[in-house]
Design a protein around this ligand. Structure first.
Ligand code: TMP
Length: 209
């Protein structure tokens, strides 16, 4: 029986994916599973430095060019896989990752307008063709998701993009979901935290059984 699983959480800003990731981690740990919670960009010492570079960059001068931004996300991923994800998979752990390749295709592809064919190739190189076993997409319209960020301490460089950018990202995700109907579970992120957690647990129970 397969013991290790790679599970990712995706969604727009304010979709609540980090909350759900933490709740799922608690659930799995209570069942006795060995769980690794991680995120992108980030998840390693180097990745967290890259995260700061990408997300905390001052708004103005000089702007990060779309390709530069892409390579930074991919660099973080390559290190993350080599240092954290692949070793954890080899050890039979369950990895819960806040964002992965789908985010690159949605944000740098649909959002920034980088060409899809090249982007797919580059994401495959960075991830050594690793794909999640299961992905939860927490579905909330950009306007509603952004409105939820109001109470948050840290608003990052991507959060500050125009609504139009977030709309494009959202449409990008919808395209990715249509191409991966088995892997990606779409969950209504406007439901209560408890309802969403329950739906996610049911999917996970089915995966593990
Ligand atoms: P978050 O961890 O709070 O979701 O912030 C990460 C931001 O980085 C979010 O706006 C999505 C963005 N992002 C990309 O643009 N490309 C990527 O490949 C990844 C992993 C994240």
């Amino acid at each position: 029986m397969k013991r290790s699983f790679f599970i990712t959480f995706e969604g727009g800003e304010g979709s609540g994916k980090s909350t759900q990731l933490a709740l799922l981690s608690d659930y799995l740990k209570a069942l006795g599973f060995s769980v690794v919670c991680t995120r992108e960009p980030g998840g390693t010492q180097l990745g967290e430095v890259i995260r700061k570079l990408i997300l905390n960059a001052p708004e103005a001068d000089p702007e990060i060019a779309p390709k530069t931004e892409l390579f930074l996300y991919l660099a973080s991923r390559a290190q993350h896989i080599s240092e954290v994800i692949q070793p954890a998979l080899n050890d039979g752990k369950i990895i819960l990752c806040d964002r992965f390749t789908d985010a690159t295709l949605a944000y740098q592809g649909a959002g920034r307008g980088l060409p899809k064919t090249e982007l797919v190739q580059m994401t495959q190189i960075a991830s050594s063709n690793l794909e999640p076993d299961l992905t939860f997409f927490l579905d909330i319209k950009p306007e509603a998701g952004l409105a939820r960020l109001g109470g948050r301490e840290e608003i990052n460089r991507m959060d500050q993009e125009a609504l139009q950018f977030h709309e494009s990202v959202y449409q990008g995700y919808k395209g990715i979901i249509a191409e991966n109907p088995t892997r990606i579970n779409v969950i209504d992120a406007t439901d209560s935290i408890e309802t969403i957690a329950l739906i996610i647990r049911e999917k996970i129970d089915a995966l593990l059984s």
